[in-house]
Write a protein that binds this ligand. Structure first.
Ligand code: SF4
Length: 352
C-alpha cells in the first residue's frame, strides 16, 4: 500500500470555491457539493474530510485521496495577568508564528492581532520580528486560521466572538497583499466568519504603491500606518523602509487613499525615550495630521532584547500626549499590555 505524505498533496483550502466546483465537475460529482465543502472548511473549520457528514462516503474518500487539510496548531499559549493571551502557532513546515488576543471584557471588545509572514524583511530596529528575517509569506488559509482559532478561544472563554481584527503581528501585510486580501474575503464571507470589513485594520510600515492599490481595489477595511517618527532622518534610522518610501511619498499615497475611501487613517506612534518624544517631533507629527482625518495612536514600547531604544519616561510620555492635544490632534493612548509574557511582536515565535 502506498502512503501519501499530506505535504505532497494540495491543501483544499488553497482552492477557491470556483476551483472546487471545477474539480467536482471533472470527477462527475454535482456542483452544489462545492458550497457544502466550502462551509465545512470555513464556517465549521473542519480538520478532516470525515467530518463532512452531508457528503457521500465515496466523495469524502476521493477528496482525501486528492487533497489534505493542513491545520496550524498552538504549541504555546501564554496568558498575562492583564488578560492578554498570546498564541504560538506551528505551521505545516514547522515554522512558528504568533497571534495575540486583547480582551477588554468590560467594553465587550475582543481584538486579535494576526501575523501575515514568518519573520519580516523590513528589519525595523525596535522589533523582535525584524531580527528574525523573512522566511516566507503566510497563505490566506494560515492567516484566516489564526482568526478562526482565536475566535473559537474567545467563544469558549468569554462566550463572545471577536469584535476586531488587526493585521499588525509578524510581517508586513502589504508585502503579501494577495493572501491578506483573500483572508479578508474569507473572514467577511457569510460562509466564513461573516465579519464586517469595517472591523478589520491593516497596519503597514508604509508601502506607498500598495496603499494606492488598496484604495483602487475598494478594500473596505481600515488602514493604519506605523509612523513612529515624523521626520525622514529619524524614521530612516529605525525603519529602513523609509529610504524607499519617504514620509512625503507616504502622505501622497494616503491622500489618494482618503480621497477614494473617505476612511479616517490611524498613525501608530511608539514613543522612544529622547528619540522621537521632543517638541519638534510633536510639531512635525501634527503637521502630517493636517492632510486628512487622522487618529494618532500613541503606544508604549515593549522592550526587546538587544535593542538600545527604550520606552519614554512617564513624564515625557504624558508631555508628548499633551503637546499633541495642544495641536488639536485626535489622540488615543495605548499602554503596553502583556508585560509578564513575551509581549513584543515576534518574541514568542522566536523563543526556543
Ligand atoms: S515592525 Fe512590522 S514591518 Fe517592522 S520589522 Fe517588525 S513586523 Fe516587520
Amino acid at each position: 500500500m502506498i502512503t501519501i505524505d499530506p505535504l505532497d498533496t494540495i491543501d483544499i483550502r488553497d482552492l477557491t470555491i470556483g476551483e472546487i466546483t471545477n474539480y467536482l465537475i471533472k470527477i462527475g460529482e454535482p456542483k452544489f457539493r462545492a458550497a457544502q465543502i466550502h462551509q465545512w472548511l470555513w464556517k465549521h473549520g473542519a480538520i478532516s474530510f470525515d467530518e463532512m457528514t452531508n457528503l457521500p462516503h465515496t466523495l469524502r474518500e476521493k477528496l482525501s485521496n486528492e487533497f489534505s487539510i493542513l491545520n496550524i496548531h498552538a504549541d504555546i499559549i501564554q496568558k498575562s495577568v492583564d488578560g492578554t493571551v498570546k498564541f504560538r502557532y506551528v505551521l505545516k513546515d514547522d515554522h512558528k508564528i504568533e497571534s495575540v488576543l486583547i480582551p477588554v471584557v468590560g467594553e465587550n471588545r475582543f481584538t486579535v492581532c494576526v501575523s501575515s509572514q514568518v519573520g519580516c524583511s523590513l528589519s525595523c530596529s525596535f522589533c523582535a520580528t525584524g531580527q528574525m528575517k523573512r522566511k516566507r509569506n503566510l497563505s490566506a488559509t494560515e492567516i484566516y486560521e489564526q482568526v478562526y482559532k482565536v475566535n473559537q478561544y474567545c467563544l469558549n472563554e468569554y462566550q463572545r466572538p471577536l469584535t476586531n481584527i488587526v493585521y499588525m503581528g509578524m510581517g508586513e501585510p502589504l508585502l503579501t497583499y494577495k493572501n491578506v486580501k483573500r483572508s479578508i474575503d474569507l473572514i467577511n464571507d457569510e460562509s466564513g466568519l461573516g465579519m464586517s470589513t469595517k472591523r478589520i485594520t491593516i497596519s503597514t510600515a508604509g508601502i506607498a504603491k500598495m496603499i494606492r492599490k488598496i484604495a483602487d481595489d475598494g478594500l473596505k477595511c481600515k488602514l493604519a500606518l506605523s509612523l513612529h517618527a515624523a521626520m525622514d532622518h529619524k524614521r530612516s534610522q529605525i525603519m529602513p523602509i523609509n529610504d524607499n518610501d519617504s514620509i512625503d511619498e507616504l502622505i501622497e499615497s494616503l491622500k489618494y487613499y482618503y480621497q477614494i475611501t473617505k476612511n479616517r487613517i490611524t498613525f501608530e506612534y511608539i514613543l522612544f525615550d529622547q528619540f522621537n518624544d521632543y517638541q519638534e517631533d510633536a510639531d512635525a507629527l501634527a503637521q502630517l495630521c493636517k492632510h486628512f482625518p487622522v487618529t494618532v495612536n500613541i503606544l508604549e514600547y515593549n522592550p526587546v532584547m538587544g535593542v538600545d531604544l527604550v520606552k519614554s519616561s512617564t513624564n515625557r510620555f504624558e508631555n508628548f500626549v499633551k503637546m499633541m492635544a495642544h495641536h488639536g490632534v485626535n489622540v488615543t493612548v495605548r499602554r503596553s499590555r502583556g508585560k509578564d509574557i513575551d509581549a513584543a511582536c515576534g518574541q514568542l515565535a522566536n523563543k526556543e
